[in-house]
Design a binder for this molecule. Structure first.
Ligand code: NDP
Ligand code: 2IT
Length: 449
């Protein structure tokens, strides 16, 4: 980047930092995007004159609320509730809810900002939003989770709707939580509508939605490997996390002939050089989704190694799929991965790589799929769930999976279109510009709103 352009990025960021004080993850997400977009906007003055970038970093609306609830001992508990309605230029706000003790305004704004560009990349008509709470579902009974979800929805319901804002899951919000949230919405509003996605199959959910983020991430990685006439066959793969995204990424890698050798959670990671096959994965799903136990138990059960408080990036692999959380790969991890021969990193999580790690990927010219492209399969199938709900129809597993695959292929093509440089595809630049253009053009058409 030229010095002049670098200065423009710095002065844009200085304003963002001053106006959004202390929101470090939001600053990080915006910086990564404007590094690609400021040079593009300079070449396309219609966006500059209309201050599209400045408007895109300001949420259309931020909702903050109190969530009081009663624990099993009869004591009063209190959490914070949030919904960031970031951008509705191309459709109703759409994006997940995260329940995790680290949740704060800056984290949700980073996620909502990424979501706007991600949703645009899917080609479906969805704006961007994100929400959640600092509630920690770990160690809570089902009844406590239910009472929390009911209190959370009692306030949220007045702000959302199937044509307004359609939340879904994210960290700490899976099928159980979506069920309790949906039940309360329906009771308060007396409406059975597609106000949430990730619903159960019997009550408006879509086939393949649970699988979609993990499958989509592997489909995206497969497209990247395809540019080098390569595939997952015989590849060693490191996956982090052991939740929704990690589980279905593991399943799809297995189906495509690769071997997943790691999984993790917030306490450590397991290394199984024999591979986490279908049987072991079924055991992990039961452990995580039903018993809600720790990944360490895998090592005890299958005789694998367990590394307390460590992340899996020191293991020698060909492909890495970070599927846990933000900033889980730093520059040291990135360098270790590459030194060990890893040449493909596809992000199931949102912003799992630090800016320093991303610089190492780009300088090394490895295949690097940033989250907003690589994990867009989840929200894409949420979009398909919204369509099925509007039509009061449901599509077969094959139909939804075929649509998911073609959406991931299309996102990959769009990244190539906007991100191809000399002998290298810069997927960061490609995803940022491809996602931006559609939203920016819609904003231009709709005037100063
Ligand atoms: P889950 O809650 O199902 O699983 C999260 C996993 O990540 C768990 O193994 C969890 O471990 C681990 N984890 C969470 N926080 C941390 C942390 N601070 N440090 C280390 N490990 C952590 O969430 P999902 O699988 O749905 O989400 C994973 C990632 O994928 C997130 O970044 C999310 O934003 C992203 N994503 C999710 C989509 C979806 O459809 N669900 C769509 C697109 C992206 P533990 O149980 O110990 O907390
Ligand atoms: O980060 C994400 O894309 C999600 N958590 C899924 C959002 C959705 O609305 O399905």
């Amino acid at each position: 980047m030229t010095n002049v352009m670098e200065q423009k990025v710095q002065s844009f960021m200085a304003r963002v930092i001053a106006k959004n004080s202390g929101e470090v993850e939001f600053h990080q997400a915006v910086h990564e995007v404007v590094e690609s977009l400021i040079p593009f906007v300079e070449d396309n003055p219609q966006y500059k004159e209309a201050k599209i970038l400045e408007r895109m970093v300001e949420p259309e609306r931020v909702i903050l609320f109190r969530v009081p609830w009663i624990n099993d001992k009869g004591g009063v508990e209190l959490n914070k509730g949030y919904r960031i309605e970031m951008n509705s230029a191309i459709g109703p706000y759409k994006g997940g809810l995260r329940f995790h003790p680290t949740v704060n305004l800056g984290i949700l704004k980073f996620l909502a900002f990424e979501q706007v560009l991600k949703n645009s990349l899917t080609t479906l008509p969805m704006g961007g939003g994100k929400g959640g709470s600092d509630f920690d579902p770990k160690g809570k009974s089902d009844n406590e989770v239910m009472r929390f979800c009911q209190s959370f929805m009692t306030e949220l319901q007045r702000h959302i709707g199937p044509d307004t804002d359609v939340p879904a899951g994210d960290i700490g919000v899976g099928g159980r939580e979506i069920g309790y949230l949906f039940g309360q919405y329906k009771r308060l509003r007396n409406e059975f509508t597609g106000v949430l996605t990730g619903k159960g199959l019997e009550w408006g959910g879509s086939l393949i939605r649970p699988e979609a983020t993990g499958y989509g991430n592997v489909y995206f990685a497969q497209e990247m490997l395809g540019t080098r006439k390569d595939s997952f066959k015989g590849k060693l793969v490191a996956i982090s996390g052991s939740g929704n995204v990690a589980q279905y990424a593991t399943e799809k890698v297995n189906n495509l002939g690769g071997k997943v050798v790691t999984l993790s959670d917030s306490t450590g990671f397991i290394y199984d050089p024999d591979g986490i096959d279908a049987e072991k994965l079924a055991w992990v799903m039961e452990l995580k989704n039903v018993k809600r136990g720790r990944i360490k138990e895998y090592a005890d059960k299958f005789g694998a190694q367990y590394f307390e408080s460590e992340r899996p990036w020191g293991i020698k692999v060909d492909v890495a799929l970070p599927c846990a959380t933000q900033n889980e790969i730093n520059d040291e991890d990135a360098q270790t991965l590459i030194d060990n021969g890893c040449f493909c990193i596809s992000e199931g999580a949102n912003m799992p790589s630090t800016p320093e790690a991303i610089k190492i990927y780009i300088d090394s010219k490895i295949l690097y799929g940033p989250g907003k492209a690589a994990n867009a399969g989840g929200v894409a199938v949420s979009g398909l769930e919204m369509s099925q709900n509007s039509m009061r129809l449901s599509w077969s597993r094959e139909e939804v999976d075929t649509k998911l695959q073609s959406i991931m292929v299309n996102i990959h093509e769009n990244c190539m279109k906007w991100g191809t440089e000399e002998e290298f595809i810069n997927y960061v630049k490609g995803a940022n510009i491809a996602g931006f253009v559609k939203v920016a053009d819609a904003m231009l058409a709709q005037g100063v709103v």
